[in-house]
Design a protein around this ligand. Structure first.
Ligand code: DQA
Length: 139
């Protein structure tokens, strides 16, 4: 079982970025925990602040991975190109968000990506990613 976790812009700053919204845990601590909790899963983690690199990563793994967990950050709300990339690949993509985007500014309520994803999980902090892993293990 191969699961790719892809984080988009500004998510490299988790732990220090707006901790009131995104928490004060750094991503790597959670990632290590998931690797221990799910030893049967082969995880890969990729983060980029660049839209084209996120698209290249989806193309590279989107025909072989068993699942892709994607937090595209603000590109969720702006990127037709990422939406098209998700539509073009065959691996199921789960859109995740740390914060509850529906409890925030109106511009965060719309996702260009969601309709091309298997589903969306948001608002559970970094546990949103674990819930997506649980889904992929169950299918
Ligand atoms: C986010 C929500 C987005 O609106 C925001 O631009 C992010 C993070 C989240 O995980 O809650 O960068 O995707």
């Amino acid at each position: 079982m191969k699961i790719i976790i892809i984080n988009g812009p500004n998510l490299n700053l988790l732990g220090t970025r707006e901790p009131g919204i995104y928490g004060s845990s750094n991503f790597d601590n959670y990632y290590q925990l998931w690797k221990e909790k799910y030893p049967s899963v082969s995880f890969e983690y990729f983060q980029s602040n660049h839209e084209g690199q996120l698209i290249d990563k989806l193309h590279a793994d989107g025909f072989s991975a068993d699942g892709i967990i994607l937090n595209a950050g603000a590109y969720t709300h702006t990127s037709l190109a990422l939406a098209d990339a998700i539509a073009a690949i065959t691996s199921p993509v789960i859109e995740v968000h740390i914060s509850n985007v529906y409890a925030r500014e109106a511009f965060r309520h719309h996702s260009y990506l969601a309709k091309n994803c298997k589903g969306v999980i948001c608002g559970f902090g970094l546990d949103s990613y674990r819930l997506a892993i649980e889904y992929l293990l169950a299918i």
